[in-house]
Design a protein around this ligand. Structure first.
Ligand code: MN
Length: 417
């Protein structure tokens, strides 16, 4: 299984780089790092787009990333699970599990503007497709679950620009392949939704770019909880300690990471809705089918020998990507009320959204209650909150259960809202 050819990952370093090469500089350097540390499984056996990629990736979830060299008749390999543990995200940020959240909070508070590079210095421009666009012909886009309505792009950084401030916004949306050059998109009512509605009300499409295969730092930064108007790519720059290199798209006024594997350019059409879903989502339940917005693709650019990246829904990678930035936001909310908060954890069993464990150094009676209320106020997703003393390791769920078993009496200590 490990007859892996390093030559695939020979990448050219363009533009003035510093001597220190971070392991998570690009998608490829990160794969090299995983391979060097025995955490990249290579599957040379031919696999189907339908369910097989998801099945193998799930089998290795939390242990290894998987690199599929032969996906049906595609020449493009598929990778999944590039960060499926909290430890791996910490390694990508060159820190440890305990410093991960403080480092993320620091970056969110001090974004670093991107550096625009020339097209000739951007590997993602090595191939530019402007005509006869056919998504399924070009890219090995999998079907992950039995009842999914079709092929889904699950790991595309979706970038749009605010026409007034010119600030970009980055988020990840599920994208159903609805035609040769059409994608159905689920847009929850957050930043992308606001910018789309604004364009639609003016009768205009909203330009967008979908970026597949970026370094894990930029991937995590895309999920930051920020006020409207903050460019998540600038948070990536802050986490990296140097500006992220971006390049202008061919057919839209959007800047994308220059070292990405693949970029789709397009626009969300105004006043158009088409069926999308069902789709197996993060809590291991399907999201329903309904009429949703449509993205028309206008260009595809990609590196030579691109690598396609997919996130298997409800896998650890998916959950942690949502969870770590949520923890950063939760930590800040709790700290405003209980300054002695030590750590917060949104556990995998709670899908990294529904359960929060908070440790505090208790100085006054009632602080635990305040921490609980602050957590509920932070996110409507949170259903259960457990507050423990500072010596309990919130990341060790056995220790947390021990604290509940020995220190908690429901008739006295439970707060129901
Ligand atoms: Mn945003």
């Amino acid at each position: 299984m490990f007859g892996f050819q390093c030559s695939i990952f020979k990448y050219s370093v363009k533009g003035g780089l510093k001597n220190i090469i971070m392991r998570a500089r690009t998608f490829r350097t990160w794969l090299e790092y995983l391979q060097a540390s025995g955490r990249l499984a290579v599957v040379d056996k031919r696999v189907s787009l339908k369910y097989e990629i998801a099945a193998v990736a799930k089998k290795l979830d939390g242990q290894k990333a998987v690199y599929f060299t032969q996906v049906e008749d595609y020449s493009t390999p598929v990778v999944s699970g590039i960060c499926s543990t909290r430890q791996q995200f910490a390694e990508a940020l060159e820190t440890d599990q305990f410093e991960l959240i403080p480092k993320f909070i620091q970056a969110v508070s001090a974004p670093l503007p991107c550096r625009l590079v020339k097209k000739k210095d951007a590997p993602v421009k090595e191939n530019v497709i402007l005509k006869d666009i056919d998504l399924m012909k070009t890219l090995p886009i999998p079907i992950h679950h039995e009842k999914d309505s079709g092929h889904y792009i699950t790991a595309g950084l979706f970038i749009v620009r605010d026409p007034v401030t010119r600030k970009q916004n980055v988020s990840i949306h599920r994208l159903q392949v609805s035609g040769k050059d059409r994608l159905g998109i689920l847009i929850l009512p957050r930043h992308t939704f606001h910018l789309y509605k604004q364009a639609e009300e003016a009768g205009k499409p909203l330009e967008c770019a979908i970026v597949i295969g970026v370094d894990p730092i930029t991937l995590l930064a895309s999920q930051a909880s920020t006020p409207f108007g903050v460019d998540e790519l600038e948070i990536s720059g802050a986490l990296r300690g140097e500006p992220l290199e971006v390049v202008r798209c061919e057919t839209v006024d959007i800047d994308v990471p220059a070292h990405a594997e693949i970029v789709l350019e397009g626009k969300i059409l105004p006043q158009v809705r088409e069926p999308e879903g069902p789709f197996g989502e993060f809590p291991q339940y399907y999201g329903p089918r309904s009429d949703k917005e449509v993205v028309q693709i206008t260009a595809i650019t990609h590196r030579d020998n691109p690598i396609y990246y997919t996130i298997v829904p409800a896998g650890y990678e998916h959950l942690l990507l949502g969870g770590i930035p949520r923890e950063a936001s939760l930590f800040q909310s709790v700290r405003q009320t209980v300054p002695s908060v030590k750590a917060v954890h949104m556990s995998l069993g709670g899908t990294c959204r529904y359960h929060a464990i908070i440790s505090i150094k208790k100085r006054n009676e009632g602080e635990a209650k305040n921490a609980i209320l602050a957590a509920f106020a932070n996110s409507f997703d949170i259903k259960h909150v457990v507050v423990v003393d500072e010596e309990v390791d919130v990341f060790n769920m056995e220790e947390v259960e021990w604290a509940v078993a020995t220190r908690f009496q429901a008739d006295r200590d439970l707060i129901v809202i």
